[in-house]
Design a protein around this ligand. Structure first.
Ligand SMILES: C[S@@+](CC[C@H](N)C(=O)[O-])C[C@H]1O[C@@H](n2cnc3c(N)ncnc32)[C@H](O)[C@@H]1O
Ligand code: SF4
Length: 381
């Protein structure tokens, strides 16, 4: 393979990103997890009852200080594992979220993992209007799950998904592949996923992050050509089963694309509340502290910066090209007053077939989506 680029799980840098029409989007970070997975470098802390009420109190304070009363189109509670909170703690969190002026047709997502889901919590989510659930399944292969430090097994997944389906139709599962040099594990995982008939899946090639158990244990990435084969296998199989590949790592049945995540990829405005979250409003990018003690003292911000036009245009391209449909060229002109080709030297990329321009969209040729990060970084040089 000419150039290999292991997909960066940009998700976690974005996780915490809306002028969605005239509406806003909200990200809320709940950093607690009941156990820590061997690959994870998200902003997370082992669940400890003693911190939760303080955390929720400060979260409420932050929201009341900053929220300007906009109508809210999407809400995403991520983590960490929000559903690691107890029933009463979750109820308190949802009561705080009621501060927002929420659109009737809101997309309201909560992240969860298999072991923290129970029927009472699912009922509570329904009562408070949560209408989308994203579950960290990661694999159906018990050895892979052990390697990843996950506490569930295949049987738990099947039981919990059956339960979740009683309360939710809009379900996403996260899948991690490329933990082993064995494509059969992936094939089996995709088979199991298809049998569950779930409308959305996010698939991530395992990244061995610094300061994780996997890294400390000296784990290496799998063979790059095999990683590419896995990526193409996922794409082909899911597309053959009527899933729309709409972003590098994301597939959805018709009508089930994640509206919230599209806000990030469209470079629209959004609020982020909670530890480590990012907000992007009126060209100001604000990043909250990752330090729990500081957050609990009310020292929320770690950095705030007004972004200049060039960085905004670069972000627009970097994020927009993650989508399979690409960047809306007219929207780019409306936002920045310039044609995209006058800002970035795209002609060579179009000539070499890496980029395609049609129907007012500029996109990465699907054949080269796997090396999108490489293409984007060359575009900026
Ligand atoms: C915040 S977690 C999801 C919710 C919940 N905490 C859980 O893990 O079940 C977000 C997702 O990012 C993915 N992820 C995290 N770290 C990763 C890594 N190092 N490599 C690949 N995927 C990763 C996993 O699929 C994980 O489910
Ligand atoms: S992957 Fe999810 S459950 Fe595991 S440590 Fe990270 S945030 Fe927590």
């Amino acid at each position: 393979m000419l150039f290999f680029y292991h997909f960066i799980l940009d998700y976690k840098y974005l996780v915490c990103y809306s002028n969605f029409g005239d509406f806003m989007s909200i990200y809320i970070h709940i950093p607690f997890c009941t156990s820590i997975c061997s690959y994870c470098d998200f902003c997370k802390i082992i669940y400890n009852e003693k911190y939760i009420s303080n955390y929720l109190e400060m979260l409420e304070k932050e929201i009341k200080e900053r929220y300007r009363g906009e109508k809210v189109k999407t809400i995403f509670i991520g983590g960490g594992t929000p559903t690691s909170l107890s029933y009463d703690e979750l109820k308190r969190l949802f009561d705080i979220i009621n501060i927002f002026d929420i659109e009737e047709k809101v997309e309201f997502t909560i992240e969860s993992n298999i072991e923290s889901i129970d029927e009472d919590k699912l009922k509570l989510m329904n009562i408070y209007g949560v209408n989308r659930i994203s579950i960290g399944v990661e694999s159906f292969d018990d050895n892979t799950l052990k390697l990843l430090g996950r506490r569930h097994n295949k049987e738990d997944i099947l039981n919990k998904i059956e339960l979740v389906k009683k309360y939710f139709d809009n379900i996403n599962i996260d899948l991690i592949y490329a933990a082993y040099n064995d494509i059969n594990i992936l094939k089996n995982d995709i088979d199991n996923f298809l049998k569950l008939d779930i409308p959305h899946i996010s698939t991530y090639s395992l990244i061995i992050e610094d300061n994780t158990i996997l890294k400390i244990n000296g784990m290496n990435n799998i063979d790059e050509d095999l990683d590419y084969d896995m990526y193409k296998y996922i794409e082909k199989t899911l597309e053959n089963n009527n899933y729309i590949h709409y972003e590098i790592s994301n597939y959805a049945k018709k009508g089930y694309k994640s509206k919230h995540n599209l806000v990030y990829w469209d470079n629209d405005d959004y609020y982020g509340f909670g530890l480590s979250s990012t907000s992007y409003i009126d060209n100001i990018r604000r990043v909250n502290t990752k330090n729990l003690s500081k957050y609990l003292r009310g020292e929320f911000i770690s950095n705030e910066e007004l972004e200049g036009t060039s960085i905004r245009m670069e972000n627009e391209v970097m994020l927009g090209l993650r989508k399979i449909e690409g960047i809306d060229i007219n929207k780019f002109k409306d936002r920045y007053g310039k044609d995209i080709e006058d800002v970035f030297n795209i002609d060579d990329f179009i000539r070499d077939n890496y980029l395609v321009k049609d129907n007012n969209y500029l996109r990465i040729n699907k054949e080269y989506m796997y090396i999108s990060n490489e293409i984007i970084s060359r575009l900026f040089n």
